[in-house]
Design a protein around this ligand. Structure first.
Ligand SMILES: [Ca+2]
Ligand SMILES: [Ca+2]
Length: 144
């Protein structure tokens, strides 16, 4: 008769202890996740790394990328410098001056022909540095 209440109380005690330990472990785990630099890019989540599973993404990133990084939520992101915005490599090809028989009065800055495509999308990119012949290539928009 005395054993029965004891058997009922025992699992409840174990359960309560286990749940408490699990909570502490989870808290400790999330603390260490914020403090460790898993992708070895020099930044922890606490220091502003917006994706600690991709070394391309970190504060101060100056490079742009044509392939997004995947956030823990599963969402794809082109914000590689972790500033909360996505910046496209937006420059459109611009030629200044006019073509002359000598070809010296006109120069071009390489860039997109027409409208710049969205991040990860392809477009036509002009690599021209002088007027007249306009070499182009297919390129994918890189962002950060
Ligand atoms: Ca990172
Ligand atoms: Ca950004």
């Amino acid at each position: 008769m005395l054993i029965r209440p004891l058997l009922v109380a025992l699992p409840l005690t174990f359960c309560a202890c286990f749940a408490e330990t699990e909570g502490v472990d989870r808290e400790r785990e999330s603390m260490s996740k914020k403090d460790e630099d898993r992708d070895k890019d020099g930044f922890t989540v606490a220091e502003g790394d917006c994706n600690d599973d991709d070394e391309r993404a970190h504060p101060g990133q100056k490079l742009s990328f044509a392939k997004p990084h995947k956030l823990a939520s599963g969402e794809l992101s082109f914000d590689f410098d972790c500033d909360g915005t996505t910046t496209r490599d937006d420059e459109i090809a611009v030629c200044l001056g006019a073509a002359s028989p000598e070809g010296e009065s006109c120069s071009c800055a390489p860039g997109w022909s027409g409208e710049a495509p969205d991040c990860g999308k392809s477009g036509t990119y002009s690599t021209a540095t002088a007027c007249g012949f306009t070499p182009t290539e297919a390129r994918t928009q890189a962002c950060r």
